[in-house]
Design a protein around this ligand. Structure first.
Ligand code: ADP
Ligand code: MG
Length: 265
């Protein structure tokens, strides 16, 4: 483990996301083994790595669905991690965690829509539940966001009546409804039939080019090359290398990165 101490980011120039020396383990199994990652506002970060390398765990730590054993995470300059090596940061109240989580959008592989709610209400639910908007305001916002993802004509449908690609676009609109500072995507197209992948990537690309801060775990290398400001390759719970796509994808420095790319390309 590293012995260096880093400064806790200040509010003056906050990163959208800062992951500092995060270690996460289950029993003896080290799933994250000292991850440092900074995501600047407006930046698009694509995370690549083999199955089991810790990608989902990293997103779950950022979203406070998992607590790291060591290290901390801050979002927009506010700490949501638990401790640094050798010292304890103040534990946040559940209320503070929920408030911070509401500033982070999360799009899952399997959409996770509410099956008993219409498309419109799936998107409108969170701003109402968190007290940010009244129901009519939230529904107006939901209509606007569903238009943005190309589903203006499906507002009254239920999730089961939609294709996987449409469901994932609803999930993206739902993530946008809380006007998050960052949206995390965990393999957003890997549960889709191949012919539906493009429509979802097009929506994510639209977000990327409009300046939304995104962290995307995906195996879609062509997409990564097109939209990523930075590609981060993870193996064994560590960042093996990171940099612009032109470096990491086209001129990888490490054997493990080359080996991974040769298998997914
Ligand atoms: P990836 O998303 O890169 O495929 P994950 O972050 O899902 O990897 O998992 C990394 C490793 O952590 C895997 O070996 C997985 O089995 C293990 N793991 C994930 N979650 C848990 C858990 N709740 N309990 C025990 N082991 C877990
Ligand atoms: Mg995963």
């Amino acid at each position: 483990m590293s012995t260096r101490t880093a400064e806790i980011p200040t509010a003056a120039a906050p990163a959208a996301v800062e992951v500092h020396d995060v270690h996460k383990w289950y029993g003896a199994h080290r799933v994250l083994d000292g991850i440092d990652l900074t995501v600047r506002p407006g930046e698009v970060t694509v995370v690549l790595g083999p199955s089991g390398s810790g990608k989902s765990t990293l997103l779950r730590v950022i979203n406070h669905l998992e607590k790291p054993e060591v290290g901390y995470v801050s979002v927009n300059g506010e700490l949501i991690g638990v401790k640094r090596q050798g010292e304890r940061l103040k534990e946040l109240s559940e209320r503070a965690i929920l408030a911070q989580r509401s500033r982070i959008g999360f799009v899952f592989q399997n959409f996770n829509l509410f099956p008993h709610l219409t498309v419109l209400d799936n998107v409108a639910a969170a701003p109402v539940a968190t007290g940010k908007l009244t129901k009519p305001e939230a529904q107006e916002l939901a209509r606007e966001l569903l238009g943005r993802v190309g589903l203006a004509d499906r507002t009254g449908a239920y999730p089961r009546q939609l294709s996987g690609g449409q469901q994932q676009r609803v999930a993206i609109a739902r993530a946008l409804a809380l006007r998050p500072g960052v949206i995390l995507f965990d393999e957003p197209t890997s549960a889709l039939d191949p012919e539906l992948v493009g429509e979802v990537l097009a929506v994510i690309k639209d977000l990327a080019t409009s300046g939304t801060t995104l962290v995307i775990v995906t195996h879609e290398i062509g997409f990564a090359r097109e939209v990523a400001d930075r590609v981060v390759f993870i193996d064994g719970g560590r960042i093996v290398e990171q940099g612009p796509p032109s470096e990491v994808l086209d001129h990888p420095k490490h054997e493990r990165t080359r080996d991974f790319l040769s298998r997914v390309l």
